[in-house]
Each structure stands twice: as structure tokens, then as C-alpha cells.
Design a protein around this ligand. Structure first.
Ligand SMILES: *Cc1c(COP(=O)(O)O)cnc(C)c1O
Length: 427
């Protein structure tokens, strides 16, 4: 693998962009190399500046579930650009996307568009506080909800891989209303509600976590969480930024017998452009300005080009339920194939998978169900696997605590290639 041109460009980037990247995990800090600089993508593959082609299992960190350069998304962007780029005024396109989402997703009466997942979750929390008149928010250790100050405690992959205990620049006051509970622990949430219940505005959770590696919440745990929220008048906020439209069209909501009050989306719903949204029950959403007193705004929110790409992506996913069957079949093939090889080779490894998202955990514990379990993993071994895969044309996220994503453009051949390369991994 020749990375000469990539290295040259990246060195230059480091002169003008902090660390050479616009989001930390891209720098491959603990992987022992500087990153390939990506030039183009097509279907399930991407190609770097030196002409190396990789089978892409990152998919822009989730959004590219339809593969790169999806013809319908690209055409919708081109068509839109020929008449509109930005107005900061109501458009028919934003209506179409909002209407489609309200009609096809569960528990969304009204929805507000924003520009990123971070914006969606921080706005959802403000809305929960405004609606309930309470202050505290419960989040779970290892869950990531974006780079908003109040969430940068025990925040999963980015901060975990970099070994930062949270983040500098976050004043104690910003996190004093953030309570940390243990994922999948009924005991932990019961205790926190007992102690602070009167002042809890909401609980935010990734119902299928993807930022401490993939970990699914148990239905029993989610039901308890819902009943505690109802008992104490706190709102249940689902962060479906990663798992929405991925584990199923309707997201992780469909996996649990539980009704969230507010749901956050981003990633897939923007079709590859910067986008986010949060929606929920009418009575809650109508607390937002200009109807209600909770102020949240955005110059670029609902941008027509983004709406066009998003609408194209989600309608395509909605109209093709067989895509999810394909993703499940390939996911299962990759999971089972890897487990079989690991067993033969004696590699201590377990895999958590939920549809088209999965994580390979290098640990000898039988099940990874929370952040502490995830932290038992051998991150050095993971780095070694990362390099081995990259050198053999397979592009996965450079962290033990991220998810591997499949797209509808992946085929049996791509999975077979992955398994072949894994077979040759000297651990
Ligand atoms: C990516 C992610 C976010 C943040 O979204 P950005 O668009 O990067 O701001 C929030 N929550 C979850 C679960 C995510 O995976």
C-alpha cells in the first residue's frame, strides 16, 4: 500500500487544520500511521489519492447506507441546485421531508430540522428542560451524543480512544446537571431516580449504542427506564442519530416495547449532507419557538439541498424494505464467519451486531453489555487488526469502540474478501 501522495497532502493539512483533521478520530492517532486521504467513492468502495481502493465499512461514519454516489441522491442534489441553494425561508422541500418522516416513523407528530446530530441532541435536551421545568439529565456511560458540553462526560469512542477523561474547556457548571448511569443496569437508573427524581428533565439514550462499540439495550431495562420516566415526569429521549434508518427503517424504536417522547436523527437522514432533526409528541414539540418559549434556531436549518438529499435517501430506504433483509443477511454472514475463524485461531473475540452495525470486541468475556465490559478489550490487538485490514484493502473505523457499517452496495464478494483477509491475520 503506497500512501505517498496521501502523506504529502496530510502533512500540508496539518499546517492549516488542527491535527490535519476536522474531526479527531480521522487522524488515526493510535493506529501508527497517518490516514489515507480519500478522493472518491463508488458503491461500497472508496479510493485514496494514491489510487488505493478499499472496501468501505465506515460509510462516512454511518450516513452512506445506500453506498457512495447513489444515483438518486446525486440527481436530487443536482436538480435542487439548479434552482435553489439557500433562502432561509420556508420551502416545499422541507415540508416534503418533514411530512414523510412524520408519516413513516413512529411517535413523531412534529419534527424540527437542524444541521447535525450534536445540534439535534442538545436541542432535544433544552426542549426537555423547557417542557418539564426541571434541570437534570441522565446519560449513560459510554454513550455519545455529540460534542455539546453537557454530554462530554463518559462519552464513548472519540474521547475514549484519545484517552481524554472528558474534555478540556468544559466548565464544571456545564456538567453539574448531567447524571451518569450504567447502561443496561436497572439498579443504576433506579438509584439515580430515587435520589434526584424530582429534578430530572429527561433521560437520553442510544437505544442501540454505537459509540462504545455496538451494545444493544435489553428490553427489560428499557421498559424500566420508561416506567421510571413516567413515574417521575421525566422525558425519554432516544438518540437515534446512528441507529435510526439503520437497524431498521423505523430505527431502534421498533426493537423495544417502549415509547420515547423525543427522538433525535442525523447521519442517514441527510443522505450524506450535514443534517439532523428532532421530533416527538405534538404537545412537547409545540414548546419550541415560535409557538412556545424554548428558543432554537439555525441559518442553515432545513437547507433545500440538504432536504433534497435527505428526502431522496429516506424515501428510497422506505420504498425498499428488502434492503434491510440484504443488510441483515450480509451482517450475519460476516459475524458468523469471523466468529468461526477466531475460534479456530484461538483469538479471544466476541461480536455484537444489530442489523447493519456491528463491533468486533477483542475480549475474553462472553458478553459485552456496558461500558465497563467494553473497556476490557485489547485495544493494541485492535490496532493491529486495523492495520492488517487497511493494508489489504479493507477500511474499518480506527477504534475498538466504534461500529462497523454495512451498506446496501456490499455484496457476498465483499464479505468473502473480508473473511479471507481476516483468516490471514497474525494476532
Ligand atoms: C454521530 C453521533 C452524534 C453526533 O452527530 P454529529 O452529526 O457528529 O454532530 C450524536 N449521537 C450519536 C448516537 C452519534 O452516533
Amino acid at each position: 500500500m503506497n500512501l505517498e501522495k496521501s502523506n504529502q497532502i496530510f502533512k500540508e493539512s496539518e499546517k492549516y487544520i488542527p491535527g490535519g483533521v476536522n474531526s479527531p478520530v480521522r487522524a488515526l492517532k493510535d493506529m501508527g500511521i497517518t490516514p489515507p486521504v480519500i478522493k472518491s467513492g463508488n458503491g461500497a468502495t472508496i479510493t485514496d489519492e494514491d489510487g488505493n481502493t478499499y472496501i468501505d465499512f465506515i460509510g462516512a461514519w454511518g450516513p452512506m447506507i445506500l453506498g457512495h454516489n447513489d444515483e438518486d441522491i446525486v440527481n436530487s442534489i443536482k436538480t435542487c441546485c439548479s434552482e435553489s441553494i439557500a433562502f432561509g425561508a420556508p420551502t416545499n422541500l422541507e415540508l416534503k421531508l418533514a411530512k414523510h418522516l412524520c408519516e413513516t416513523l413512529d411517535n413523531i407528530d412534529l419534527i424540527r430540522m437542524v444541521n447535525s446530530g450534536t445540534e439535534a441532541t442538545m436541542s432535544a435536551v433544552k426542549l426537555a428542560r423547557g417542557y418539564t421545568g426541571k434541570n437534570k439529565i441522565i446519560k449513560f456511560a459510554g454513550c455519545y451524543h455529540g460534542h455539546f458540553d453537557g454530554f462530554l462526560v463518559s462519552a464513548g469512542s472519540g474521547v475514549m480512544t484519545e484517552g481524554i477523561p472528558g474534555s478540556a474547556g468544559v466548565p464544571q457548571e456545564s456538567i453539574k446537571n448531567t447524571l451518569i448511569a450504567n447502561y443496561n443496569s436497572i439498579e443504576s437508573i433506579t438509584e439515580i431516580f430515587k435520589k434526584y427524581g424530582h429534578d430530572i428533565a429527561g433521560v437520553i439514550i442510544e437505544p442501540v449504542a454505537g459509540n462504545m462499540g455496538v451494545i444493544k439495550a435489553s428490553n427489560e431495562f428499557m421498559k424500566k427506564l420508561e416506567s421510571l420516566c413516567r413515574e417521575y415526569g421525566a422525558l425519554l429521549i432516544f438518540d437515534e442519530v446512528m441507529c435510526g434508518f439503520r437497524v431498521a427503517y423505523k430505527g431502534a424504536q421498533t426493537l423495544f416495547d417502549v415509547t420515547p417522547d423525543i427522538v433525535c436523527y442525523a447521519k442517514i437522514m441527510g443522505g450524506g449532507l450535514p443534517c439532523g432533526a428532532y421530533g416527538g409528541k405534538r404537545e412537547i414539540m409545540e414548546k419550541l419557538s415560535p409557538v412556545g418559549p424554548v428558543y432554537q434556531a439555525g441559518t442553515m436549518s432545513g437547507n433545500p439541498v440538504v432536504m433534497a438529499a435527505g428526502l431522496s435517501a429516506v424515501t428510497k430506504l422506505y420504498n425498499h424494505p428488502e434492503y434491510y433483509t440484504h443488510l441483515e443477511r450480509l451482517g450475519s454472514k460476516l459475524e458468523n464467519g469471523m466468529l468461526k475463524i477466531a475460534k479456530e485461531k484461538g483469538i479471544p473475540m466476541t461480536i455484537n451486531r444489530c442489523g447493519a452495525m456491528m463491533t468486533i470486541f477483542f475480549t475474553d468475556i462472553a458478553q459485552v453489555t456496558n461500558y465497563d465490559d467494553a473497556k476490557t478489550c485489547d485495544t493494541k490487538l485492535f490496532s493491529k487488526l486495523y492495520l492488517h485490514l487497511l493494508k489489504n484493502g479493507i477500511y474499518i473505523a480506527p477504534s475498538q469502540f466504534e461500529a462497523l457499517f454495512l451498506s446496501v452496495k456490499h455484496t457476498d464478494e465483499h464479505i468473502d474478501k473480508f473473511l479471507d483477509v481476516f483468516k490471514n491475520f497474525e494476532f
